[in-house]
Design a binder for this molecule. Structure first.
Ligand SMILES: Cc1cc2nc3c(=O)[nH]c(=O)nc-3n(C[C@H](O)[C@H](O)[C@H](O)COP(=O)(O)OP(=O)(O)OC[C@H]3O[C@@H](n4cnc5c(N)ncnc54)[C@H](O)[C@@H]3O)c2cc1C
Length: 219
């Protein structure tokens, strides 16, 4: 986007920010443009084109999050698989759909719990009894099965435990998670009056996502 807006390029390019493509139009099986929806006026728009490049990301919100929060997703919540649907309706084949992904995430927050950052510093996942319950902290099908089973049991909810760590270690974790990884995470916790020194982080489990970025499913 920044490249397209560069002074030497932007004169040759027209950018439409409020049109959300919903279908690739075809002529004799070839892409010939798109039908889009103007999100401000509600009108449908057509754009003819010699080629169409789909760059709509992973399919991270295939269904509504079980937590009940519309933005309670691991992936970008606006990535709802539009590109997959557009390609499919234009005649492309979808493959590897069985290669979906499920992630551990912070409950009610759009993003991961980043246990892969916290665990090397001594954080770990516990159930409501404070017991560590996963065999391997890095995510895998087995780990997600263990997380789902624990949440569904009388031992749920589950937490990323950090409160036992010394202040110096927690500051190091915050410096990574609240800056490099996701600045909104710090404000999310602050908004609840939570601090890793006093509150462990309640975790949840994401819905199924078809992930261009994380696995091999797609067009
Ligand atoms: C929590 C998390 C951690 C990650 N960590 C890493 C990492 O450490 N290393 C790594 O390499 N990768 C990581 N990834 C993966 C990486 O972020 C993605 O693979 C990458 O961002 C995908 O880029 P993209 O341009 O294909 O899609 P995106 O960056 O997702 O862009 C797609 C865009 O399309 C827009 N869009 C969707 N549908 C429509 C529509 N119908 N009309 C108009 N616009 C639409 C969306 O709003 C979005 O802006 C991570 C992803 C997540 C979610």
């Amino acid at each position: 986007y920044r490249v397209l807006r560069r002074r030497d390029i932007r004169d040759k390019v027209r950018i439409e920010n409020r049109v959300m493509p919903v279908r690739v139009l075809t002529v004799d099986g070839r892409a010939a443009g798109i039908a889009g929806f103007d999100t401000r006026s509600g009108r449908f728009v057509t754009v003819s084109a010699g080629a169409v490049i789909l760059a709509t990301g992973a399919c991270g919100r295939l269904g509504l999050p079980a937590s009940g929060y519309l933005y309670g997703t691991y992936e970008n919540p606006t990535n709802a698989g539009d590109g997959y649907a557009m390609a499919y309706h234009a005649g492309a084949e979808l493959s590897g759909i069985e290669c979906f992904q499920i992630n551990p995430l912070i409950k009610d927050y759009n993003g991961p719990a980043c246990a892969y950052v916290a665990n090397p510093f001594g954080g770990y996942q516990v159930n409501n009894r404070g017991e560590r319950f996963v065999d391997s902290d890095y995510w895998s099908g087995q780990m997600m099965a263990e997380v789902a089973a624990e949440i569904d049991s009388a031992r749920g909810p589950i937490y990323l435990k950090l409160t036992h760590l010394p202040d110096e270690t927690i500051s190091a974790v915050e410096n990574i998670l609240h800056s490099t990884e996701r600045p909104t995470r710090g404000t999310f916790h602050a908004g609840r009056g939570h601090d890793y020194r006093t509150h462990d982080v309640e975790m949840h489990i994401s819905e199924i996502g078809l992930c261009g970025g994380h696995s091999a499913s797609g067009v």
